[in-house]
Design a binder for this molecule. Structure first.
Ligand code: UT7
Length: 337
């Protein structure tokens, strides 16, 4: 990139290329946790959990299976599918809220494990984190800041969930999903529609700040959620955002090949599909049934499953939308790798 002659106030080089998702990968921990393991401590039932959330079982990470381990397991197949060697990654972005270090970020350790010395940083946008990461990665590639960017959504939420909390114990789960964003001749990632509503900052949050935990000797904190408040916000607020992402990409719902929303609750997914008037035969991700709500990991995990099972075509169009704590959200249309 060269600067224009002094005083003209602009650069001579603009965006250099387009971007696309060149590979996806996912990792589901081996430990399957059925509803029957959860219900006793929260006075619930398998039927209630299935009916109210759509969850049949979820995965919890095993002893010593870290956020980094899961990220490596998700990133490796994503890089293979993309045909990108780790040393050709110019940046690694990790979206997570369950990395247990305030600093440093998880991303540099992941980059080191994979074998790249590229830029590495974490982002904290909870269940919207992956779509924020795709947006950043896409802009980095389009402007020439990076040739290939790895975006990982990863959570070990079992560490931050109280199994005695009736509102969350059956929802949150562990896993990792990854995507590689690369240069492209054609537009492979549409404009992101994103935002936040900080007035509802407390609707999903760590129960106490680290300062209170320390000063009041409160023990280990967990994530609390005002379920009904978040449910209403998601059902009423997120369908218009998804529609704006379609509009920004210049397509209509009948041109989609997949709808891959954050896996928060199957009732939210169904309500959004109805409000968007999606075609009845459109493949819709319902990975939540067997994976639970893995926050930042849920969208890439769901896409990886649909791609692996041949449910959605390579080169087709997928609408993805993440939403959650903040309350934050981000949506975009992407070409399926
Ligand atoms: O990922 C980030 C974004 N997160 C979300 O989008 C999650 C949004 N929220 C939700 O998905 C739902 O609010 C939940 C699945 C968490 C809860 O479902 P709900 O339909 O909103 O339940 P509710 O809190 O309105 O409670 C309905 C009834 C109540 O009983 P009454 O008052 O009708 O007799 C609760 O006491 O269900 C009862 N209940 C339960 N029963 C069995 C609440 N929690 C449970 C439970 N097991 N775990």
């Amino acid at each position: 990139m060269t600067l224009s002659p002094k005083g003209t106030g602009h650069l001579t080089a603009g965006p250099v290329t387009n971007s696309r998702i060149s590979g996806v990968g996912g990792y589901r921990p081996r430990r399957v946790v059925p509803n029957s393991e959860i219900v006793d401590r929260i006075d619930s039932s398998d039927e209630w959990i299935r009916e109210r959330s759509g969850i049949i079982e979820r995965r919890f990470a095993g002893e010593g299976e870290s956020v980094i381990d899961m990220s490596v397991f998700a990133a490796t197949p994503a890089l293979e599918m993309a045909g990108v060697a780790p040393e050709d990654l110019d940046a690694v972005i990790v979206a997570t809220v369950s990395w247990p270090y305030q600093t440093p970020a998880a991303a540099p350790m992941l980059a080191e494990r994979l074998g790249t010395k590229g830029a590495a940083f974490d982002i904290s946008a909870a269940c919207a984190g992956y779509c924020h990461g795709i947006s950043l990665a896409s802009d980095m590639v389009r402007t020439g800041t990076a040739r290939n960017v790895l975006v990982v959504g990863v959570e070990r939420l079992s560490d931050f969930t109280s199994l005695d909390d009736r509102g969350t114990a059956f929802i949150f789960a562990d896993g990792a999903g990854a995507a590689v964003v690369s240069q492209s001749d054609t537009v492979g990632i549409g404009p992101t529609v994103w935002g936040s509503d900080g007035a509802q900052w407390e609707a999903i949050s760590q129960t106490e700040s680290w300062i209170d935990v320390h000063e009041k000797n409160l023990g280990w904190p967990h994530i609390g959620m005002a379920g009904q408040t978040v449910f209403r916000w998601a059902v009423w607020g997120m369908a218009p955002v998804a529609q704006q992402a379609l509009d920004a990409a210049g397509i209509t719902a009948d041109q989609l090949d997949a709808f891959i929303p954050h896996q928060a609750n199957v009732r939210i997914i169904d309500a959004m599909a109805k409000k968007l008037a999606l075609p009845p035969d459109l493949p819709i991700a319902r990975d939540i049934a067997y994976t639970g709500n893995t926050s930042a990991a849920s969208i890439p995990l769901a896409m990886e499953r649909m791609v692996r099972h041949g449910e959605i075509p390579s080169g087709g169009l997928a609408l993805q939308i993440g939403f959650g704590a903040g309350l934050s959200y981000a949506a975009q249309v992407v070409v399926i790798p």
